[in-house]
Design a protein around this ligand. Structure first.
Ligand SMILES: [Zn+2]
Length: 229
């Protein structure tokens, strides 16, 4: 019971400490749905062309690019050294593509560790949940499993948040550089997009870390509930 309460208190403290407001989530949605900004976004080259250009600038051209029209998000797959590009037309797309290109330049050991460790973490969660749910292990053992699980979440959080903060921070500067050089839009439009990107990142980085931490706390909470039922 004390564990459940502690997790809930941690969630509340995180929300207060990071000054999370509903308006932050609304702001991100507004930017993505803004018609004016999306009209400007149409003028840029296709996502795949932006990706090719950025990889060339980053001198990382051996990365494969694959367009996935069924997906709305883009993703870098380290095991295949491939960037999957989703079908997105919102203004955020330039920065999103650049974000994935940056992932492809990050340290491969950390990237692979992140993927493998995340899968092992899911597997561990599934196993301890089943063992506790069917009372195969007693309370003392499940408590030990819980603390190991808490420790795993810390490691996973540290690695993932490092990779994402690095990509998000560098994407802001690379996007600015790319937009300033492009001839696709007017100077006014360039300024507008750059300002929006700065605004998005200001709340985006914070919200990413918050959501990541909350997701991990929720898993700990779920296991703690399974333990007591
Ligand atoms: Zn990322």
């Amino acid at each position: 019971m004390i564990i459940i309460l502690s997790v809930i208190v941690a969630m509340v403290l995180l929300t207060i400490g990071l000054n999370i407001k509903l308006g932050d989530f609304k702001k991100l949605k507004e930017v993505a749905e803004s018609e004016e900004l999306n009209t400007i976004a149409q003028k840029f080259p296709s996502n795949a062309d932006i990706c090719k250009q950025i990889l060339k600038n980053l001198k990382n051209e051996e990365v494969k690019i694959e367009e996935d029209n069924s997906s709305r998000t883009s993703l870098y797959l380290v095991m295949k050294n491939k960037i999957l590009i989703g079908k997105v037309n919102a203004i955020t797309r330039v920065q999103t593509v650049i974000h994935e290109c940056i992932h492809s330049t990050q340290n491969k050991v950390i990237l692979k560790f992140n993927v493998i460790f995340a899968n092992l973490n899911n597997l561990y969660f599934l196993i301890i949940a089943i063992l506790s749910l069917f009372n195969i292990i007693n309370y003392a053992v499940s408590e030990m499993c819980l603390w190991i699980f808490v420790f795993l979440q810390f490691v996973l959080y540290a690695v993932r948040s490092f990779l994402e903060i690095d990509a998000m921070t560098r994407a802001e500067y690379l996007s600015k550089e790319y937009i300033e050089k492009t001839e696709a839009v007017t100077d006014d439009e360039k300024e507008k997009i750059i300002q929006e990107y700065i605004a998005i990142n200001k709340i985006g980085i914070k919200l990413y870390n918050y959501t990541l931490a909350i997701k991990m706390l929720v898993r700990i909470l779920i296991y703690a509930v399974i333990m007591v039922i």
